[in-house]
Design a protein around this ligand. Structure first.
Ligand SMILES: [Zn+2]
Length: 361
């Protein structure tokens, strides 16, 4: 993808001039084509033929349509789509273009006034993720589902239930807990799945506190109920458009929460999850998974662009010998990516200084 963006950048009338200005200076009587970029010219740099503005890739005109389609996947609504895009890409008027693009989508229009907001907070939210979770059931298209949501990150887990028994609900909750760790508190309503003797045994066995709706906590399950609305809407929109519901969920999980620049996935897992927008992103630190047109992925640490496997940060993804070797053996193709450093080396060996926010989360 990076190479594709570079090729289109080179052919873009406007970006050709920007590239030129980045290399040879921004004249004060700048050309018309430079106008949209002039006021943040200090933030613009070039990496392997691609123009970047801070952490964002500047998308050439010819690729903007493709990007709009990717941004719109999952039909998350204008605000969320703009927030997703804002993290990774830029072009002049991108916000308007997203608004117009989504304005033409029947599904987004249909659900427009019902776009789910993030769950309202009635509970104390623990600092640590997956310590307090909410659970609720819902039915859609004749099938039953369990939603479990983390109070801290808003990350929703969804499981299709085979039946409505307490046993089946517990079994899926156990599976979710095996992934995210045991919670201290589980909040649910008083539905039969959660009020059974079996569920009480489960509470004892797994050692968490079970809080249910009660006069004391009249709206206690608001978090899970809100998550149900969000997930239901995602699944409905995916079905209406014959789209992959898993990708719709991924898009929600990787979209920044309103009022935040972090997504449920990022808060929950302490790393950015790779999405179809990630091909235009190089800030999935500490080590970036590079997306090449041949679909091979390479892990490259800039500190060791030729394949040194030393992980230098506390959250480093280990660079496997195989991945390290692959980046070594294809050195010509590899694009060294900075991790925690402000310095990047281009393929041609040129070293560029970048603003620190480019490389830090
Ligand atoms: Zn839509």
């Amino acid at each position: 993808m990076w190479e594709k963006i570079a090729i289109h950048t080179k052919e873009d009338e406007e970006l050709k001039d920007v590239l030129n200005a980045v290399h040879f200076g921004w004249e004060s009587d700048h050309a018309q084509s430079l106008k949209p970029y002039y006021h943040f010219r200090g933030d613009i740099t070039e990496i392997d033929g691609v123009l970047v503005k801070g952490p964002k890739v500047i998308i050439p005109k010819t690729l903007q349509g493709d990007m709009l389609k990717k941004i719109h996947e999952g039909h998350l609504g204008i605000e969320k789509c703009q927030a997703r895009a804002r993290q990774v890409m830029y072009w002049p008027n991108i916000n308007n273009d997203i608004e117009n693009h989504i304005g033409r989508c029947g599904t987004c229009q249909k659900h427009r006034y019902k776009q789910a907001k993030e769950p309202m907070e009635q509970h104390e939210v623990p600092e640590k993720t997956w310590r307090k979770i909410g659970a609720d059931l819902f039915t859609l298209f004749g099938k039953n589902f369990l939603v479990v949501v983390d109070y801290t990150s808003n990350y929703p887990e969804v499981a299709k239930l085979e039946d409505l028994s307490s046993t089946n609900t517990i079994s899926h909750m156990k599976s979710i807990m095996a992934r995210h760790g045991l919670p201290s508190v589980v909040v649910s309503d008083n539905g039969p799945q959660f009020s059974s003797r079996e569920f009480r045994q489960f509470v004892m066995q797994y050692g968490f506190k079970h809080v249910t709706s009660s006069p004391e906590y009249p709206q206690s399950n608001g978090k899970a109920e809100k998550a149900v609305q969000i997930v239901k809407r995602l699944l409905k929109k995916a079905k209406e458009n014959d789209e992959d519901p898993h990708l719709a969920l991924l898009n929600y999980r990787t979209s920044p929460l309103s009022g935040s620049d972090r997504s449920p996935g990022e808060i929950s897992m302490n790393r950015k999850l790779r999405t179809k927008l990630s091909s235009a992103e190089k800030n999935m630190s500490p080590c970036t998974i590079q997306d090449d047109d041949d679909d091979r992925e390479k892990y490259v640490c800039v500190d060791h662009p030729s394949g040194g496997a030393t992980a230098s940060t506390n959250q480093s993804k280990p660079v496997t010998p195989k991945a390290a070797q692959s980046s070594h053996s294809t050195d010509q193709q590899s694009r060294p990516v900075s991790t925690m450093s402000d310095v990047r080396t281009t393929r041609s060996g040129r070293i560029i200084n970048l603003p620190s926010r480019y490389v830090h989360d």
